[in-house]
Design a protein around this ligand. Structure first.
Ligand code: ADP
Ligand code: ASP
Ligand code: MG
Length: 438
């Protein structure tokens, strides 16, 4: 039995928490490979080491050397070394990292040092080897994971009973350090799990599993004991950031279940995430709700759009020209909407894009809604249940909120609604009440 365990930023925040990790590992000898994040927040209002390192990268760009932010990184690691009674020379290691950050002058390099140092410290504390992800996690030139990584990780861990691997980063073919997007240690953990053919990928965080809604919006939402990979993908992509939305791919291909566990309540069951073949949908039609703010919806209407060959193609060409991706494209017979993350349309680009779309397809009507939040209601159970959409819209209507957009995935696994940003929290709470309190 092999378990790969990834510990997130809160679990790694200080020496006391790292001691908790050791006792979690001691309880189960199958917990052999440990993937760590950089130390995160110790209390609300604290700053994550990764954020301090991005600030450090900006200091280096502007002034050529590390500054106050790096001094704070040093304090964090020195106090961890002290709390854990480590014998490694923390000062020397931190000075070496500072020199490397100045020499490399790259934000990705600087950010990776949080996981690198955390990994070095953790390995020393546990008395097991440390594996630098630079040598085993390979990125392609365009920043994607290179599939050769699995062989490299497997080879490196062969015959090693226990080891610590740094999360979040790797290197491209030229040896330059690259990172995943934020929260990417979850992806590293999944990659290691797949490489060693783990029986389970344990993802240790600060909540007792996946909750039916963001706990920062709905206080103490119901827990979810089991999820399918597909539901996880929908929920994490739509903002339930317990797990990075790309962490699912490596393990799904190898049918490895993920278990989300709470470092601070290790006896809680947590959530298990399973392939659809092994997953039995529960009685409740809705499994979970997630959402995100700040989208722009471009709505187009044109009579006989359905018969106009190449309509969508010409709109997409405009987006392609400006390197803009879209999240959703709900359509009717004579209508089509494009839902785009607003950040991509800043600096006057929205106006340019709208003008070009007008010139390309001459719509009868074009409406643009900015500041839209998307809310996804997700669950396999929805497809067998008539009336879910009706309940959803009735619940939203009762709160007096206008729906700006609706999209139902063809898999019937989700319904996505768009509301104004300012109504986001209120709508989430209303939808949660409807499906989980009744
Ligand atoms: P880690 O540092 O361990 O990777 P994250 O902060 O990335 O942890 O993810 C855990 C956090 O995700 C929780 O503390 C919680 O605030 C947030 N979260 C958002 N949506 C959900 C949800 N649906 N269920 C559980 N946690 C959620
Ligand atoms: N430390 C990185 C971040 O804060 C990666 C991670 O924690 O997963 O985004
Ligand atoms: Mg995370």
């Amino acid at each position: 039995m092999i378990k790969v365990c990834k510990f997130g930023g809160t679990s790694m925040a200080d020496g006391v928490n790292m001691a908790r990790i050791r006792s979690i590992l001691d309880r189960d000898p199958a917990r052999r490979y440990i993937v760590v994040s950089a130390p995160g927040k110790r209390y609300s209002g604290d700053t994550k080491v990764t954020d301090l390192l991005y600030e450090t990268a900006r200091d280096v760009k502007e002034r050529g050397h590390v500054g106050d932010a790096y001094a704070k990184v040093c304090e964090r690691f020195q106090s961890i070394a002290h709390e854990l009674g480590l014998t490694l020379d923390a000062d020397a290691l931190l000075s070496e990292c500072a020199r490397d950050i100045e020499r490399e002058n790259s934000a990705e390099f600087a950010a990776s040092r949080g996981e690198y140092l955390a990994g070095r410290f953790m390995a020393e504390y546990l008395g097991v080897p440390f594996l630098d992800a630079r040598d085993i996690v390979r990125f392609t030139a365009n920043g994607r994971l290179d599939a050769c990584t699995y062989g490299l990780v497997r080879e490196a861990l062969k015959g090693i009973p226990k080891a610590v691997v740094a999360g979040f980063y790797g290197a491209d073919g030229e040896g330059n350090i690259r990172t995943f997007t934020r929260g990417g240690s979850d992806v590293s953990g999944a990659v290691v799990a797949r490489a060693v053919h783990a029986d389970v990928y344990e993802n240790w965080t600060d909540v007792s599993g996946f909750l039916a809604c963001d706990p920062r919006i709905v206080p103490s939402p119901a827990g979810i004991s089991a999820l399918s990979y597909k539901e996880l993908r929908e929920l994490s992509y739509m903002g339930a950031n317990v797990l990075h939305s790309e962490a699912i791919f490596p393990v799904r291909e190898a049918d490895i279940p993920i278990r989300i566990k709470n470092t601070f309540r290790p006896d809680d069951e947590g959530t298990v995430i399973l392939p659809s073949s092994r997953y039995r949908p529960r009685a409740r039609p809705v499994t979970g709700i997630a959402g995100m703010k700040n989208f722009t919806v471009i709505f187009l209407e044109k009579s006989l759009m359905n018969a106009e060959i190449g309509f969508a193609y010409r709109v997409l060409e405009v987006l392609l020209r400006h390197n803009i991706s879209f999240e959703h494209m709900p359509s009717g017979i004579d209508t089509m909407s494009f839902v785009i993350e607003s950040g991509q349309l800043e600096g006057g680009l929205l106006d340019t894009v709208c003008e070009e779309i007008r010139a390309a397809v001459a719509p009868d009507r074009m409406n643009v809604f900015s500041d839209v939040a998307l809310i996804a209601v997700v669950g396999h159970g929805m497809s067998r249940n008539v009336g879910i959409a009706a309940r959803l819209f009735a619940a939203i209507a009762r709160t007096g909120v206008n729906v700006r957009m609706i999209d139902q995935g063809s898999s019937e696994l989700n319904i996505i609604v768009g509301v104004d940003n300012e109504n986001y929290e209120r709508t989430m709470r209303a939808v949660y009440e409807e499906f989980f309190k009744n």
